[in-house]
Design a protein. Structure first.
Length: 446
């Protein structure tokens, strides 16, 4: 009699695996690619898929989409992992694909985490993609421009998959509670606010959200009838996060982002990092915080330190590539940098003053001298007449009028003189002095 090992028993599937969509109708998210009439949806429905790369953060449905294509296509489908496979396995699969081609059968090869393959491994696919033995579908969380060989990438269409919205994740969670494959056969009491918190904590990752839901249901309070109640306390214990006093759409959300912004403006890096941590650990979307830091870099620092904007944008990109928790250090770097940078609100002030005039005087005509006379009629109407090309002058300056007559002499940009803006302030003063002197000599208006 054969002995049965404990490891021989079939392990239960995670909730995310049980609920994996099998069709485009069940698939949630990526409406920019899979909505009615969108290009990727058409290719799948018409069974005309070609080699492609799915690029997006974890848990947005890259593997699921590949499996849906497998269900819709008339091709042989091979699921391949870049984590566990090498050149030998690639060659074996390619040989099978070549045989399929000789029998008139297409092969779709799905490679998960294709960025983990080195150059030699990626090159092994190239001849088979070129001659049509396989249709390659690669999935990656990394920028294909950097991680995929250019020769292979040029033969693939890149589709960018986006993080799911909070509302889309809530739809998935609600479906999991009613579907028989999930908790549809069980009574689960969980309020909408707690579902919202799970969706926020997931940060666009459907797999993360469903795993959290499964954990809180399994750890919920069960009554005598078998009904499970999930409370905020259960969620906090399972996620190791404090959800109290923080609602992504509520007052505390705006209080914390205000505290972060004003701490950076006040050049207080310690307070800024504290408020940053408060937001991230409560489940705030790091991309939201990164966008606010990008705005701050120009609104409150501006040309006093132009590098602040570069660092803020780089932090945003890092958040997009990595997500939480890895991107917390990138946001900290950006927050500390802009907090310590010299401050100038000249960009904000100059635009707002120009906006006020622009809205008030929407019909002010563009001076003829700086209009582009591209046709004979325009030139007859003196478009561009008297235009002075600054590069033709020794000083690279002219006193040509560029503002409308009604706004002549208005000043919008007034450098604060902090940091690098000090040099710009001196330069602007020199330009204005030159123009004033030149105008006095010629009798022309400023």
């Amino acid at each position: 009699m054969d002995q049965i090992s404990l490891f021989d028993r079939e392990m239960p599937q995670p909730l995310a695996a049980k609920l994996r969509p099998g069709s485009l109708e069940e698939y949630v998210g990526q409406s920019h690619l899979l909505g009615k009439g969108k290009v990727l949806r058409k290719l799948i429905e018409q069974d005309q898929v070609s080699s492609m790369i799915f690029w997006g953060p974890p848990g947005v449905g890259k593997t699921t989409l590949a499996r849906i294509i497998a269900n819709k296509t008339k091709s042989s489908f091979i699921d391949f992992s870049a984590v566990t496979s090498g050149i030998k396995e690639i060659r074996t699969v390619m040989e099978q694909a070549e045989k399929n081609r000789q029998y008139g059968v297409r092969t779709i090869l799905f490679v998960d985490e294709i960025h983990r393959f080195n150059k030699a491994q990626q090159d092994a696919f190239l001849p088979f993609v070129e001659k049509g033995s396989i249709i390659l579908i690669g999935a990656t969380t990394e920028n294909p421009s950097f991680e995929i060989n250019s020769a292979l990438l040029s033969r693939c269409k890149v589709f960018v998959l986006q993080a799911l919205t909070t509302q889309e994740i809530k739809e998935l969670l609600s479906h999991a509670l009613t579907d028989a494959r999930g908790f549809g056969n069980q009574t689960v009491h969980i309020d909408d606010e707690t579902l919202e918190m799970i969706a926020v904590f997931a940060n666009g990752d459907a797999r993360n959200a469903l795993s959290t839901l499964e954990m809180v249901v399994l750890n919920g309070e069960m009554d005598a009838e078998g009904a499970v109640t999930v409370t905020k306390e259960t969620l906090e214990q399972c996620t190791m996060r404090k959800s109290l006093l923080y609602d992504k759409k509520g007052e505390e959300h705006y209080n914390l982002i205000s505290a972060l912004h004003k701490s950076m403006r006040n050049s207080d890096p310690d307070a800024a990092v504290y408020w940053l941590a408060r937001m991230l650990e409560a489940g705030e979307d790091p991309l939201y915080v990164a966008r606010r830091v990008v705005r701050f870099a120009s609104e409150d620092v501006g040309l006093a330190d132009p590098r602040a904007l570069q660092i803020a944008v780089a932090a945003y990109q890092a958040c997009h590539f990595l997500g939480m928790p890895e991107c917390n250090v990138h946001l900290t770097q950006a927050v500390v940098y802009v907090a310590l940078a010299p401050k100038s609100n000249a960009m904000e002030v100059s635009y707002n003053e120009a906006k006020e005039d622009a809205v008030k005087d929407l019909a002010e005509p563009v001076p003829l001298v700086i209009r582009n006379g591209v046709t004979g009629l325009m030139r007859d109407l003196e478009y561009g007449k008297g235009y002075q090309y600054a590069h033709d002058t020794e000083e690279k300056l002219t006193n040509m009028q560029c503002l409308p007559d009604a706004l002549l002499g208005r000043e919008y940009y007034r450098p604060a003189g902090m940091g690098e803006e000090e040099a710009l302030k001196k330069r602007l003063a020199q330009i204005k002095a030159w123009k004033k002197a030149h105008a006095a000599q010629t009798g022309e208006p400023l």
